[in-house]
Ligand binder design. Structure first.
Ligand code: O7M
Length: 222
């Protein structure tokens, strides 16, 4: 599954990239750069093109976190992303709000950047288990460190794992999928390419061929 990280800072361009790549993209992840420039209603516009995941990395007390989740679900998002280091009470509140909208919650374990190793790695597996015990839907784990994808996957086997860091940050589709990822999240390598649609198509095809290779190896192919 391919998720587009739409961190462009121009409203019209965002809509164009979303429409041009929609055929190959399962969901659009919206982060602060777009919403702080285009306004929050861009979420509703994008939701008409593909399902939107609101990546505001919610990290506050339960009341404020729940409020943020409620506001974006009212705008039509399918899922929200919260930080896991905030602890059980906040994740429970975000989960509760999401359930009112039949929405999903994804939890960040450790960031894909080098700094993610500084504080977050040490607690990433506890965060994964916490997210699973709270009934969240999935985790965010770094495509830049496939061994960490394997680790969170075995800590919380029932959760989906979405992996940012492919392309501009150097992660490879094959390594990430072999590590057990359910989806890759790709931003700059698509929206900054001269032909975003073609770039999205290439990631889509690569995902398909890697998936086939993995299934053949696991003996799933007939
Ligand atoms: O492909 P890129 O590097 O242009 O974009 C990656 C996107 O994924 C961008 O929106 C980041 O904010 C996000 N991201 C990471 O790059 N690393 C992480 O560890 C976590 C995220 C993320 O999506 O968290 C939910």
């Amino acid at each position: 599954m391919l998720i587009l990280a739409l961190d462009v800072v121009d409203h019209e361009r965002a809509l164009k990239v979303a429409k041009d790549t929609a055929e190959f993209v399962s969901a659009i992840k919206v982060n602060y750069p777009l919403v702080l420039t285009a306004g929050v209603d861009v979420i509703s516009e994008l939701s008409e093109i593909r399902p939107v995941i609101a990546d505001f990395k919610i990290a506050d007390i339960p009341y404020t976190s729940g409020l943020i989740a409620k506001i974006v679900f009212e705008k039509g998002v399918r899922a929200v992303i919260a930080h896991g280091f905030v602890g059980r009470d906040t994740l429970q509140e975000v989960r509760r709000v999401a359930s009112d909208y039949d929405g999903e919650v994804y939890v960040v374990t450790e960031l894909s950047s080098t700094g993610g190793k500084e504080f977050m790695s040490e607690h990433a597996l506890e965060i994964a288990k916490l997210a699973e015990s709270v009934g969240c839907d999935g985790l965010i784990a770094p495509a830049t460190r496939p061994d960490r994808i394997r680790a969170v996957k075995s800590a919380a086997p029932s959760l989906k794992v979405l992996c940012p860091g492919v392309g501009a940050q150097g992660g490879s589709v094959e390594d990430v999928m072999k590590a057990g990822a359910d989806a890759i999240i790709v931003g700059r390598a698509i929206y900054n390419s001269p032909d975003p649609r073609e770039s999205a198509r290439r990631y889509f095809e690569e995902l398909r061929s890697v998936r086939e290779k993995i299934d053949r190896k696991d003996g799933k192919a007939n």
